[in-house]
Structures are given as C-alpha cells and as structure tokens.
Design a protein around this ligand. Structure first.
Ligand code: ADP
Length: 477
C-alpha cells in the first residue's frame, strides 16, 4: 500500500526531507568525487617524484643485477608502501623490493613500457591490494632497465572512507533537524487554515453574516479566505432574498384567502337573496382569479430560478410581437378608453421564445394601462438600437415613478403604492418576470420616468436578422 501521510503538514515535511536527502546525497557524491580526484592527483605527483628519486638510487651490481643505493645510510630500502620492480628489457627481473614478497607488478615488461608519458595507472596485486603504478625506462650505467614503482591506494581509500563516514554521520542529524524545522514551518504557515476551518464550522444558515477573519489578505491563504467570505456574502444575499420571497409570497397568498373567507362568513350570517349570493360568489371568484394569477406568476419565477425553462426560439419581427401583445390587453385599454399605438420597423427580427417574450410585453402594456389615466395614449415603438440591437419602448402618459423607487420596481413583490396597486390586482411580480424574460434572451430592460410625466420602459434585444430600415410606421408619441 502506498504511504501517504494524512495531513498536508506531514506531507510537506516528508517532501522537504526527501528533497533535502536527495540534495545532500548529490552533494556528498560530488564532494567525494572531487576529494578523490584531488587526493589521487597528489598521490600521482608523489609517485612520479619518487620515480625520479629511485632512478638516482639504482646501482648496478657486479653480478649483472641492480640494487638500490642511498647516500643516506640506513635508507637502502624505500618507504613502506613502495613496491619497486626493475626489469631488463629482455624480461629478466633485476630487483624486487621486499614489500612485494613474491608478488609481481605485472610480469616481464612489454616493448613499449615506460617509453612514453609515465602517467600512473591503477592495478591490483595478486593478493587484491589496489595500487597506483608508474613505469619508466632508465639507464643504469650502460644497461637499459624498466623501473616500476607502485603505491598502495589503501591510504587514499581510507581517507575517502573517513570523509564518507563523517558525511554519513551528519546526514541523519541534518535530516532530523530539517524534518523538525520543516514541520514547524509548515505548521506555522498552515495555521491560518486551521483557524479558518474552526471558524467555518461555526457558520450555519442562521449565522451567514459571520465572516472568516483574515490576517493578510495579500497572501495565498488570505486570498482564499477573501474568496470564501465573498461567497458567504453571495449566499447570504441569496438566502435573504429567498426568505423575503417566501414571506412576501405567503403574505400575498393570505390576503385573497382572508378576503374569500370573510366574504363567505358575512354571507352566511343572514338569509340573502339569490342576487346577493351571486354578488358574493362574484367577489369570491375575483379573489380566486387573483390567487390564480399569483400562483401562475410564482410558478413562472420558480421555474426561471430553477433554470427549467427551455426557450423555443424562432425568428420573429419584434413589431409583430408587440401587436400580438397589444391585442391581448386591448379589452383592458378599451375599458379605460386608452389608445395603444404601435410604430416602428417591421424588418427588425429577433430570435426569441414567442410566448415568453410576448408575456413580457403584455406585462409592460398591462402596467401602462393600469398606471395611466383614462383616455391617455400608450405608444409602443420598435427601432434599431445600433450595435446589432433592437429596442422596444413602451411609453405611457401615466403617473410616472419617483426616482427613489426606480431601482426597485423590477424586484419581486415591489410595489410603489401597495394599497392602491392591490386594488388593481398587482402583486409586484409583473416587472420581475419581464426582466427575467428579457435577460433570458440576452437583452436588458431599462426605465426612464419622472413623476407626473409618464414612464418609458425600454427593452433591448440582440438583432436576429436585419433587412433595410424603413421609416417609423404608424403614430408618433
Ligand atoms: P404590479 O403587478 O404591482 O403592477 P409590477 O412588478 O408590474 O407589479 O410593477 C411594480 C411596481 O412598479 C408597480 O406596483 C407600480 O407601482 C410600478 N409601475 C410599474 N409600471 C409602471 C408604470 N408604467 N407607471 C407607473 N408605475 C409603474
């Protein structure tokens, strides 16, 4: 099974120690190599120097052999550790130092041995001793001889071994210190995460206003905390909106239900004529109507929120769509003797879901009718908005909307005058449905209004196709 420490701290420390161990091993290898090369260089230089010294000490014996003779008495034999052999070119051994006993430095010499550069080479004696060997050709009086000198490399390897031992001894200590230090550092660096986790555990739906405390917003953990906090902010806003929505929806549902109940209770108190009962049933049905509309609006919004609405797009002239919407609300306008004029370019096509966008325009027209005086005029104007946009304006001569209310009229359940608008059946959902519909088609809706001077709602949508502009058709404002 693969070993994998559970927490990041230990994982970081492990990695730290592993990397350090690798680096130390590399360092030890390279340092040992350099030490070895430099020791051997000294070794070889001494060897070559000794070749010259020993050449000067060679003396010819009367029996044809060769001996070593020193000007210093008692130094007839060179230092311990020197192995010396002198050969005649014909292959007879003229001298062998006592240290070698009966071992050879390689048997009779070859024809070229010692003639060229006397750079030393490494070889092993028959007993396994590793030696550094240099050969040279020399003339002892008139006799040519091949001189071989070798040093045992044991000392060199011992020194290298000692160096290695020192390194090896220091290795675990260095790793231990690195591990402890690394763990402490990782612990310190990751401490803010622990504190964030502890704080995060305490945040629940009821405490969405709490935030993580951030020590340094500039470092990585600080940035993570900031992102988390802003996510909490968005969640809190969404939660608050949902709570408000549920409270508003229940309130809106309760009002018509209370009305139905009280109308029914009053009617049951006394005996009434059929005409009176009809009246009672009529007002109950009005409230049921209101409830139905409200339920439909809520359903549309919750579907939109859940992202379940699939747009069935088709290319359609925005002007045609405005005409269709106008015919839906025509009766209401007629009741108030209002006139709806539709003007604009019929060649401006949009790619939209006909039913959804028509409902959006119906809502705008419905408001224009509701909030404008009897006998007033309502203008719907379709024109090119430039930059591949097409705009649809719904302009009324109604009460207008005060500046302070304007930012909120698209919010759910927002009504400027709650008491008055309820009379007309509005729950404050029409404009929010319209805004959703427009935005779902990649467009936007804006409002321009001044109290007493009517309102203009402008819907901008991306143009689907555009064929030659024609001048505005129909009436003007
Ligand atoms: P409602 O169903 O109450 O009409 P909307 O979401 O359609 O809800 O509109 C929100 C509020 O904006 C309305 O209650 C009304 O006060 C105001 N409003 C909307 N359209 C107009 C308009 N054309 N003229 C004046 N006020 C308007």
């Amino acid at each position: 099974m693969r070993f994998r420490p559970r927490n990041v701290r230990s994982r970081l420390t492990l990695w730290y120690v592993l990397v350090l161990a690798g680096l130390l091993a590399l360092y030890a290898g390279v340092a040992s190599l350099f030490l070895f090369l430099s020791l051997r260089e000294d070794f070889d230089q001494n060897l070559l120097k000794d070749v010259e010294t020993i050449e000067g000490m060679l003396t010819k014996e009367p029996n044809g052999g060769v001996s070593l003779h020193s000007s210093h008495p008692g130094a007839a034999e060179p230092r311990i550790g020197h192995f010396i052999e002198v050969w005649s070119p014909q292959g007879s051994l003229l001298y062998r130092s006592a240290e070698l006993q009966d071992q050879t430095l390689g048997g009779p010499p070859g024809p070229d041995e010692g003639l060229h550069d006397p750079s030393p080479s490494t070889m092993r004696l028959p007993n396994g001793t590793r030696v550094r060997l240099a050969s040279s050709v020399y003339h002892v009086e008139d006799q040519r001889v091949v001189l071989r000198i070798a040093y045992s490399e044991e000392g060199l390897w011992r020194e290298l071994g000692e160096f290695g031992e020192v390194l090896l001894l220091g290795f675990p200590i260095a790793l231990l210190l690195a591990g402890v230090g690394g763990y402490a550092l990782a612990r310190k660096a990751l401490a803010p995460i622990d504190s964030m986790a502890t704080q995060g555990k305490k945040i629940s739906a009821e405490r969405l206003g709490d935030r993580l405390s951030i020590e340094n917003p500039e470092d990585e953990l600080g940035k993570l905390g900031t992102v988390f906090n802003s996510m909490l902010g968005r969640l809190q806003a969404a939660f608050d909106q949902l709570r408000r929505f549920t409270a508003d929806a229940s309130h809106e549902l309760r009002t018509p239900l209370t009305a139905i109940r009280s109308v029914g209770e009053v009617a049951l108190q006394d005996q009434r004529s059929p005409a009176e009962y009809r009246d009672v049933i009529g007002s109950m049905l009005e409230e049921v109507d209101r409830l139905t509309r409200l339920a439909e609006s809520l359903l549309a919004l919750s579907r939109a929120d859940a992202g379940h609405v699939q747009l069935q797009r088709e290319d359609i002239a925005l002007l045609r769509l405005a005409e269709e919407a106008s015919s839906v609300v025509e009766v209401l306008a007629e009741e108030k003797r209002q006139k709806i004029d539709i003007a604009g370019d019929e060649n401006l096509l949009v790619s939209v879901d006909r039913l959804i966008l028509r409902q959006a325009v119906v809502n705008l027209l419905d408001n224009a009718i509701k909030y404008s005086p009897p006998g007033s005029q309502i203008l719907v104007r379709v024109q090119s908005g430039g930059d591949n946009q097409v705009t649809l304006d719904v302009i009324d001569q109604g009460t207008g909307i005060l500046k302070e209310h304007q930012p909120y009229v698209f919010d759910r359940f927002y009504r400027v005058d709650k008491a008055r608008t309820r009379e007309w059946g509005g729950a404050g959902l029409g404009l929010s449905i319209t805004r959703w519909a427009v935005e779902a088609h990649g467009g936007e809706i804006t409002l321009k209004s001044e109290e007493g001077h009517g309102s203009t709602f402008r819907v901008s949508l991306p143009l689907a196709k555009y064929s030659a502009t024609s001048p505005l058709k129909g009436g003007s404002q």
